[in-house]
Design a binder for this molecule. Structure first.
Ligand code: OSB
Ligand code: MG
Length: 368
C-alpha cells in the first residue's frame, strides 16, 4: 500500500477539569491529528500525545509538527509499505522524537488494518473482547476533595485508583485514603518527583498495600530505581524511564521495576510497544497501558494495544466523558463497570467526528 495524501491538524480542546501532577497543571489540551489516505481511498488516523510544554518528555506539539512536516511525512508518503513495522525502519535515521514517530506510525497501522479488513486489535494479535480500566486522579486542593472523587470513581466501577503524589502530598494522602477505603485497588504516581534521599518515605508506604508506585525517581535513573526496589516491597512501575525495547531490557535485567507502563507515544509507536509487551511477557513483568489525556483517536489506539495478553493490570484509558464535553470520535469511548468493549470494526474501530475535529482545529496542512 501507498499513502498518497496526509492531512496534519493542530487541535485545541478544553478539558472538563484541570489535571495536576508533580510538574504543574494542564487545562487546555493541544495535540496533533494525522490523517493518511491510501491509493485505495482508505483513511488511517494517528494522534500525537506530545503536550504544549516539554515537562513529561522533551517533545512538544510544535516539535512534533516540525518533525512530521520536515522529516517524517516526506520519508513515508508515496513509499510502498507492506507492513507498519517498516515505518520504524524508515524513520530510524531520525533520532528520538518518539511521539512524532508514533503519530505517523499509528496512522499507518490503522490504514494497514483497514486495507486488510481487520480490526486494529486483530492486526496487532490481541484477542480480548473487553479491557479493564482504572482512573488517574490528579493532585487536589484538599484530601477531602480527593476522597470525594475516589467515592465517585469507585461507584462508577473503575478497577483501580491511581493518585498523583509529590513532596508534601504523599504519605498523609495515602494514609487517609486507606483509612476510608482499606481495600480499594490503589497505586501512586510520582512523575519523577523524588530522589533516593526519600527512601524512608517509600519504606513507610510499604504498609499501605499499594499495587505499585509509578516512576518515583528521575526518568534517566534506572540504577537508583533498582536500588530503591531492593529496599521496598511495593512493586515499582516505570513510566518515563522506558522509551524503547532496550530501556525495558535494561530495567528488567537490573531489576529496577516489577511492572511497566507502556505508552505508545513514549516508545515511538505500536510496533515498539508490542515488542516491549512481548519482552515483558517473556520475563513475567506485567504491563498496563498508560494514558496521555488523549482525545478519541489516541484513546482508540490504546484500547487496541491493551487487548494483547500481557496487559494484565487495568490501564489509564478512562471514558471520553471523563475528559471532554465532546470527543472527536463516534461512538465515544464508554466505560461500564470498569470495562471498555473492544470494537470489532476495521482499523481503530471508531469513526472520526469531522464536525468536532473541524471545530477544534487551529491549524491544518495537506501533504501529497
Ligand atoms: O488519564 C490519563 O490519560 C492518564 C493521566 C496520567 O497519569 C498522566 C497524564 C499526563 C502525563 C503523564 C501521566 C502519567 O501517567 O504519568
Ligand atoms: Mg505516569
Amino acid at each position: 500500500m501507498k499513502i498518497r495524501e496526509i492531512t496534519l491538524r493542530h487541535l485545541k480542546m478544553k478539558m472538563k477539569s484541570p489535571f495536576s501532577t508533580s510538574f504543574g497543571t494542564m487545562q487546555d489540551k493541544e495535540f496533533l491529528l494525522l490523517e493518511a489516505k491510501s491509493e485505495n481511498e482508505h483513511i488511517g488516523w494517528g494522534e500525537s500525545v506530545a503536550f504544549d510544554t516539554p515537562w513529561y518528555t522533551e517533545e512538544t506539539v510544535k516539535t512534533n509538527w516540525h518533525m512530521l512536516e520536515d522529516f517524517m511525512i516526506p520519508a513515508v508518503i508515496n513509499e510502498e509499505l507492506d507492513h507498519p513495522n517498516q515505518v520504524s525502519n524508515i524513520l530510524s535515521s531520525i533520532r528520538k522524537n518518539n511521539m512524532a514517530k508514533s503519530t505517523i506510525e499509528g496512522a499507518v497501522w490503522d490504514l494497514y488494518a483497514k486495507e486488510k479488513g481487520l480490526s486494529l486489535t486483530k492486526a496487532l494479535g490481541g484477542n480480548k473482547k473487553r479491557i479493564e480500566v482504572g482512573i488517574s486522579i490528579g493532585i487536589q486542593n484538599t484530601i477531602d476533595d480527593l476522597l470525594q472523587l475516589i467515592d465517585g470513581y469507585t461507584a462508577k466501577g473503575y478497577k483501580r485508583m491511581k493518585v498523583k503524589i509529590k513532596p508534601g502530598w504523599d504519605l498523609e494522602v495515602i494514609r487517609e485514603i486507606r483509612k476510608h477505603y482499606p481495600k480499594v485497588p490503589l497505586m501512586a504516581d510520582a512523575n519523577s518527583a523524588y530522589t533516593l534521599n526519600d527512601i524512608d518515605l517509600f519504606k513507610s508506604m510499604d504498609e499501605y498495600g499499594l499495587m505499585m508506585i509509578e516512576q518515583p525517581l528521575a526518568a534517566n535513573d534506572i540504577i537508583d530505581h533498582a536500588k530503591l526496589q531492593k529496599e521496598i516491597t511495593t512493586p515499582i512501575c516505570l513510566d518515563e524511564s522506558i522509551h524503547s525495547y532496550e530501556d525495558a531490557r535494561l530495567a528488567i535485567e537490573l531489576k529496577a521495576c516489577q511492572i511497566i507502563n507502556i505508552k505508545i507515544g513514549r516508545v515511538g509507536g505500536l510496533s515498539e510497544a508490542r515488542r516491549i509487551h512481548d519482552l515483558c511477557k517473556e520475563n513475567k513483568i506485567p504491563v498496563w497501558c498508560g494514558g496521555m489525556l488523549e482525545a478519541g483517536i489516541g484513546r482508540a489506539h490504546n484500547i487496541a494495544l491493551t487487548t494483547l495478553s500481557n496487559f494484565i493490570l487495568p490501564g489509564d484509558t478512562a471514558g471520553s466523558s471523563h475528559y471532554w464535553e465532546q470527543d472527536i470520535i463516534y461512538p465515544e469511548v464508554v466505560v461500564e463497570n470498569g470495562y471498555i468493549n473492544v470494537p470489532a470494526h476495521p482499523g481503530i474501530g471508531f469513526d472520526p467526528n469531522m464536525e468536532t475535529i473541524r471545530q477544534f482545529t487551529i491549524n491544518e496542512k495537506i501533504f501529497s
